[in-house]
Design a protein around this ligand. Structure first.
Ligand SMILES: [Zn+2]
Length: 542
């Protein structure tokens, strides 16, 4: 049953290639130059507006806030709209009438910033992208639906502008979809990270986005964060919308370093291309079914969504249960088949299955231990979990996850052999798929597809007694789904939370099972991981 050295080399090459392709796909698109056709979104055209807005902090009530508001009304007038400033706060609102409107698409961003910094990413980039999108829409054929520009004030002071607009400005009977634009860092792709409930129609519209980013698991992560956005007020009123944000380099968020110089133009391009595609798609759609509160139509079901390359995969949330159940049942069936072929005994199958949560718990405990050690040596880290140079500690966290997984694999593999060890590695993924289907709707795909990949791989392996193809196949979904999730998990709370370590352990289980190191090399892996963890921590401290 053990794949030969060539098969394992192929597996390693395929997994590294799958990981590289996945990460290349996560980079934002290159900024489009200013001489591109007028109906396209160009970050180069939007960027001078960002630099102009983000010259200085502009909190609610400040002179800079008033200057920016005057400047934005001038710019909207220049685009051929008739903006109005809505008191008592200073929301700037303007509408571009549609040809045969079924409702309105709202492009929203906030014009204020925190007092601590100029807010180039948060949210001058969103405001500038709204203006550039309106300009591009004006250059193309008119939309069927009305388009409303909503630049809110006082977002950073408690979503005050959004509250005023939802109370006084949002018509109760006009079908409305709000597209809100935010940032929690200064680079990275713009992620479609949250929708209102009953999102099937919104997710259908997302399929028009050229390079869709973000997925239906992110809303669960958003709920773990202390952040909030204007869209919460819209959703709270029972109205539909989509939240997008770029979130990389979170250490610069809400600081003086959120400046035009640090803002990645590629993130503005990502935000703008996504906004323009959604505005065109929803601008041509009958909005009544998307806004049941306004139209009185029945609510829509919920949909799972995630990109594979540039294709947005979507299916009903109701499918999460059967898919997760299939992974669990498949695991049991493959174990039974392997037993009939005398590849393992019942006891062999139970040991790795029952002990497979241990590497996850171990990785979490080691990551918590590392952070507590860092707090003893560098008490100032407690003030801001997003460190200026986090990479050495992130490397140490990954190494600690590898340590936990490899120690478990060496011990279990020695007792029960490769087949049972590989099935054991799939068990936590399959069970987490079931738990997510029950408690975190929209997120089960993250572990269900990796578990199904491992089940199919092991089934082929058991059926053919030749595991080369299966070895290669089995762990590809794990890398494609879990590697980006594990890396992104550092964005939740840096290395101060054990979530990235657990995510890397989840990824490590199938990868180590597939590569199946044994003998001296297997014993060397935990030792190497420990050396890397200690060395990287020392580098970080130095
Ligand atoms: Zn913001």
């Amino acid at each position: 049953m053990r794949p030969g050295p060539v098969a394992r080399l192929i597996a390693l090459v395929v997994l590294v290639a799958a990981g590289a392709a996945t990460f290349l796909g996560l980079r934002p698109p290159d900024p489009v130059p200013a001489d591109t056709p007028a109906s396209e979104f160009s970050a180069e055209r939007a960027f001078p507006v960002v630099a102009d807005i983000a010259r200085e902090p502009r909190p609610l009530g400040s002179a800079a806030n008033a200057r920016v508001r005057d400047d934005l009304t001038d710019r909207l007038t220049g685009l051929g709209l008739t903006p109005r400033v809505e008191s008592p706060l200073g929301n700037v609102v303007a509408t571009l009438p549609g040809t045969a409107p079924t409702g309105q698409v709202v492009l929203a961003a906030h014009l204020d910033s925190v007092p601590q910094g100029p807010g180039a990413a948060d949210d001058a980039a969103g405001v500038a992208a709204v203006l550039e999108t309106v300009r591009a829409l004006r250059a193309g054929p008119p939309l069927r639906n009305d388009l409303t520009v909503l630049l809110t004030d006082g977002e950073e002071a408690g979503l005050r502008g959004a509250r005023q607009w939802v109370r006084d400005g949002l018509d109760r009977t006009t079908p409305t979809v709000v597209l809100n634009h935010e940032a929690r860092g200064v680079s990275g792709q713009s992620l479609l990270f949250r929708t209102s409930p009953g999102n099937a129609g919104l997710v259908h519209a997302m399929r028009a986005v050229p390079h869709p980013a973000g997925n239906s698991s992110l809303v669960a992560i958003f709920r773990l964060l202390p952040n909030d956005t204007d869209l919460s007020v819209v959703i709270g009123a029972g109205r539909p919308g989509i939240d997008s944000a770029f979130v990389e380099e979170p250490e610069k968020y809400h600081t003086a370093a959120d400046s035009p110089a640090n803002l990645d133009p590629a993130s503005v391009q990502s935000q703008g291309s996504t906004m323009l595609a959604l505005a065109r798609e929803l601008g041509a759609t009958d909005l009544a079914p998307l806004d049941p509160t306004a139209s009185g139509l029945p609510p829509q079901p919920d949909a799972v969504y995630f990109p594979l390359g540039d294709v947005l995969v979507t299916y009903p949330v109701a499918w999460e249960w059967p898919l997760a159940g299939l992974a669990v049942v498949g695991l049991v069936v493959v174990a039974a088949l392997a037993r009939r072929r005398e590849l393992l005994t019942t006891r062999d199958a139970l040991l790795p299955g029952a002990t497979s949560p241990l590497p996850l718990v171990g990785a979490a405990a080691l990551a918590i231990g590392l952070w507590q050690l860092l707090l003893v040596l560098r008490p100032e880290y407690a003030d801001r979990p997003f460190l200026d140079r986090p990479v050495p500690y992130e490397v140490a966290t990954v190494a600690l996850a590898v340590l936990a997984v490899s120690v478990w694999h060496v011990r279990v593999r020695r007792r029960v052999g490769p087949c049972a060890a590989a099935l054991g590695a799939a068990a936590p993924l399959a069970v987490l798929g079931l738990l997510a289907a029950a408690f975190v709707p929209g997120a089960a795909f993250l572990t269900t597809w990796p578990a199904l990949g491992l089940v199919i791989g092991q089934a082929l392996s058991v059926a053919t007694r030749n595991s080369t193809a299966a070895t290669v196949l089995a762990a590809v979904p794990s890398v494609v789904f879990l590697a980006p999730f594990a890396v992104a998990a550092f964005g939740i709370g840096g290395v101060a939370t054990p979530i990235p370590a657990v995510a890397f352990a989840l990824l490590g289980l199938p990868v180590v099972a597939v590569l199946d190191p044994v003998g001296r090399r297997a014993a060397a892996l935990p030792a190497l991981a420990l050396v890397v963890a200690v060395g990287a921590t020392a580098v970080g401290l130095a």
